[in-house]
Design a protein around this ligand. Structure first.
Ligand code: GRF
Length: 201
């Protein structure tokens, strides 16, 4: 391993626009988190997230070999402490999870366990909930079922459209993801079964 270790090292998996990636890059640059994005990997070579990473001189890789093994190898090569899924549209296999035990997290735009899976904002909006929100959770073998690190509520306003609600949820995502990562970077979390417990400072 060729990298000097000082900060908590993040490997980010993306498939699309990468606004959450951008929030993490910004939080790191502003020193709001004791962590840095050391590599960005995409299953989609056209993902705008890759451009965002390149702009900040962060290695941005869309491996021609799309096997999970290739992804794992890159993450190991960059010696990451944490794998963050940020709009990554692929379910990880048990073998992938085993390669990074308790070291993979995801952000989901609803208050799990309500509205897992795709288009969570729309699911919540169409259901007519009064409160929805954002969840950051560890990734396990299910779809959006892993232990919850943190949740932030977002109130649905009477005059919300799906678009306005999605926008407010996204803003909340951009605050919640760095917060959760900071808890991990500073070793403040303990997983006890389904519960993720915050140690006092
Ligand atoms: C976010 O809403 C995230 O919660 C979900 O996919 C979207 C990704 O957006 N998993 P972006 O690529 O980070 O802008």
């Amino acid at each position: 391993m060729v990298h000097r270790r000082n900060k908590f090292r993040l490997g980010i998996l993306v498939s699309g626009r990468g606004s959450n990636l951008q929030a993490l890059i910004d939080a790191s640059k502003k020193k709001e988190i004791d962590a840095e994005v050391v590599v960005v990997i995409s299953n989609n070579p056209k993902a705008f997230a890759l451009e965002r990473a390149k702009k900040h001189k962060i290695p941005a890789i869309a491996p021609p070999d799309q096997s999970e093994k290739a992804f794992i190898n890159i993450l190991k090569q960059y010696d990451v402490d944490l794998v963050c899924l940020a709009g990554f549209m692929k379910i990880l296999s048990p073998a992938f999870l085993k390669a990074f035990p308790k070291k993979i997290i995801n952000i989901h735009p609803a208050l799990l366990p309500a509205f897992p899976g795709l288009q969570a904002q729309k699911q919540a909006f169409d259901y007519g909930v009064k409160v929805t929100g954002v969840t950051v959770h560890f990734v396990d073998e299910g779809c959006d079922t892993g232990p919850i690190i943190l949740q932030s509520p977002v109130v649905v306003q009477e005059d919300d459209t799906l678009g306005s609600l999605t926008e407010r949820l996204l803003k909340e995502e951009h605050k919640s993801y760095p917060k959760a990562i900071q808890l991990l970077a500073t070793e403040r979390l303990k997983i006890a079964g389904r519960r993720v417990i915050q140690r006092k400072k």
